[in-house]
Write a new protein. Structure first.
Length: 237
C-alpha cells in the first residue's frame, strides 16, 4: 500500500500528541476549526478529516498497526513539528490536497446529486459539460467585477451551441443540464454579489424545464432524477 507524507504526518501527530487516539485528533481539529467560524475553516476541517478517515480505513483494510508502521519516525522532532504545522495550523492549499481531501463526503454526495443520473439521459450531459467548463475554469476565482465577463462567456456558449441542439429534445435536455451543473460548480468560485451568475442559472433552469420530456426517451419513472437540480436544496419538476 502506498503511503504519502500526509499519512506520515497524521500518524505521527496521532501517536505523539493524541495518545494514539484518532478521536482525540478529531477533537483537536474541531477545536481549531470552531475558533474561527468561517466557511473556509469548515472546508479545511472537512478536507483534513476526510483524509484522516481515509487513512484509518486503509490501515484497517491492510491490517496495519500505526505504531509499527511509523516506527522510529515518530521520535523525529522535525517530522512532528511539520505535522503540527500542516494539520493544526496551516490551511491546506488546493494544489496540496490529496484525493481524499478533495473528495470529502460533501463532495461525493454533491457529485452524485449533480451527475449521478446522467446515464439515464437519452444523451448524456457529459457530452456538453466541457463546453462550459472550458470557460469557467479559466480562473480559480472570480471577483465581483469578473463575474460579468464570466456570464458573457457562458451566454456565448449557450447562444452558439443552443441552436445546434434546437432540433432535438434529447440534446437540449442534455445541453441545458450540463450548463446548470457547470454553473453550480461556478458558484463555488465566484463573488456573485451582483447576482449575475444566479440570474443566469435561473435563465438556464427555465430553458431546461421547458424541454418537453415526453418527446424524449426518458421513462416517466425516471423524471424525478432527470428534472431535479439540487443547488440550494430546491427541486422543481
Amino acid at each position: 500500500m502506498l503511503f504519502t507524507r500526509w499519512d506520515l504526518w497524521y500518524l505521527v501527530l496521532m501517536l505523539e500528541d493524541c495518545g494514539g487516539s484518532w478521536e482525540v485528533l478529531v477533537g483537536a481539529l474541531e477545536e481549531r476549526w470552531a475558533r474561527g467560524g468561517h466557511s473556509f475553516q469548515e472546508l479545511d476541517f472537512e478536507a483534513k478529516r476526510s483524509h484522516m478517515e481515509d487513512l484509518r480505513r486503509r490501515l484497517e483494510e491492510a491490517g496495519l498497526d500505526p505504531a509499527g508502521l511509523v516506527g522510529d519516525l515518530r521520535q523525529d522532532k522535525r517530522i512532528l513539528r511539520k505535522a503540527r504545522t500542516r494539520i493544526l495550523q496551516d490551511y491546506v492549499r488546493e494544489e496540496n490536497k490529496t484525493v481524499a481531501m478533495r473528495m470529502t463526503p460533501r463532495r461525493v454526495l454533491s457529485e452524485r446529486a449533480w451527475r449521478g443520473e446522467w446515464d439515464r439521459f437519452p444523451v448524456s450531459p457529459a457530452v456538453y459539460e466541457p463546453l462550459f467548463q472550458k470557460e469557467i475554469r479559466r480562473r480559480s476565482f472570480y471577483n465581483e467585477d469578473e463575474t460579468f465577463t464570466l456570464r458573457r462567456r457562458i451566454e456565448a456558449v449557450l447562444t452558439k451551441n443552443g441552436g445546434q441542439c434546437a432540433s432535438s429534445s434529447e440534446r437540449r435536455l442534455a445541453f441545458y443540464r450540463a450548463g446548470l451543473t457547470a454553473l453550480v460548480d461556478a458558484m463555488e468560485m465566484v463573488d456573485d454579489s451582483c447576482g449575475v451568475i444566479a440570474e443566469l442559472f435561473e435563465d438556464v433552469f427555465n430553458q431546461y424545464i421547458a424541454v418537453p420530456w415526453t418527446d424524449t426517451a426518458v421513462p416517466p419513472r425516471f423524471t424525478t432524477g432527470i428534472f431535479s437540480i439540487l443547488p440550494f436544496g430546491k427541486t422543481k419538476a
